[in-house]
Design a protein around this ligand. Structure first.
Ligand SMILES: [Zn+2]
Length: 342
């Protein structure tokens, strides 16, 4: 009997295999035919920049809801650092202007976006340019005074890692350090601290494929992006990442009557995350926990107590950065826990 069922099993498997194989090929073929799933509607160059956050900055582009935009971004020092520059050469720069930091490509005015809406930003492509730099900025995290150190790196968009030193390789993970909408103020705010409008969030999870959500504070949202990083650990402790020029393709969508959201949130294929900024890590962590409870209560029908308990069981608090005046902490939750609801 056993032998017989084994034969039947083997025969049926042989019959099924061609179907499995052919259906795989069909799936792959379908994906190829579909292309990347978007068409670029607009393109912005790395000269179309500003470097403050304010409702008063004129948009460089006005787009319809749903537009896909390709932007080229300048590196964080706006060409004041050049390939091969040493720490001594940097120190000798007489006209270095920290006020030029964070040239951001934009702002982009989105038709129909109004205060109270949510701006969804889907990152289709995040690519690094051909070089980058990293510098120690003394006194913003550790109190120790470090020897000045500036490194520049030769890069290319398909590189997977760079050699830091003999036997030490740093994996590359391109993402934009700064992404944000305009705040509701006429003041010209520095881009250094991240705020409720996003900005200098420096979160290495905000990479290709990630979908971000920003609360909209002014008509048109006025979205800007820049400060591309080729690699950065959570924290950005020495004050800089591998700072690079880059290219991003993103898709904008206005969400009306979305959930109540005070600061940016985002999701990846596997994770939903809330962000929170505050002058201290403790405060930012508590805010992140509260935002996740808000999200679970509103989006998943839990009581506040249940939501708090669930964040204790599955929520991961993470540091994004600790060097930009406001600390940013995120809480991540694995979307797999919601699988039974779908
Ligand atoms: Zn940066």
């Amino acid at each position: 009997m056993k032998k017989q069922s084994l034969i039947i099993y083997s025969v049926s498997l042989l019959l099924i295999i061609p179907f499995i194989l052919s259906s795989c090929t069909v799936e792959e073929q379908k994906e190829e035919d579909a292309g990347p799933g978007y068409t670029i509607d607009h393109s912005l160059s790395r000269d179309q920049t500003h470097n403050k956050f304010s409702s008063q900055i004129e948009p460089v582009l006005t787009v319809d809801d749903g537009a896909v935009i390709e932007v080229y971004t300048e590196e964080a020092a706006d060409e004041q650092i050049s390939p091969g520059m040493t720490a001594a050469e940097f120190a000798a720069l007489e006209d270095y202007d920290p006020g030029l930091v964070h040239p951001l490509t934009g702002p982009v005015f989105v038709r129909g976006a109004m205060p109270g809406d949510i701006l969804q930003v889907k990152l289709h492509v995040v690519e690094i340019g051909e070089w980058g730099w990293t510098r120690i900025v003394n006194g913003i995290f550790l109190e120790e005074e470090f020897e000045p150190l500036l490194r520049t790196w030769e890069l290319s968009k398909d590189m997977q890692s760079v050699q830091f030193s003999e036997g030490i390789n740093v994996p590359l993970n391109p993402f934009a350090g700064v992404m944000g909408v305009a705040p509701d103020t006429e003041e010209m705010l520095s881009t250094i601290p991240p705020r409720a409008n996003g900005g200098n969030m420096d979160d290495p999870n905000m990479t290709e494929g990630t979908v971000l959500y920003f609360p909209v504070f002014v008509e048109g949202a006025l979205f800007s992006i820049g400060d591309m990083h080729a690699a950065q650990g959570a924290g950005e402790v020495c004050g800089t990442a591998i700072e690079v020029p880059g290219r991003v393709v993103y898709e904008l969508k206005v969400i009306k009557d979305g959930h109540d959201m005070k600061e940016p949130q985002y999701e990846t294929a596997t994770t939903y995350a809330v962000t929170a900024v505050a002058p201290t890590l403790d405060e930012a962590a508590r805010k992140a926990n509260t935002y996740m409870i808000d999200y679970l209560e509103e989006g998943h029908g839990l009581s506040r107590s249940e939501a708090f308990m669930l964040t204790s069981l599955t929520g991961d608090l993470r540091i994004a950065e600790v060097v930009d005046q406001n600390m940013m902490v995120t809480m991540h939750i694995d979307k797999g826990i919601f699988a039974r609801r779908n």
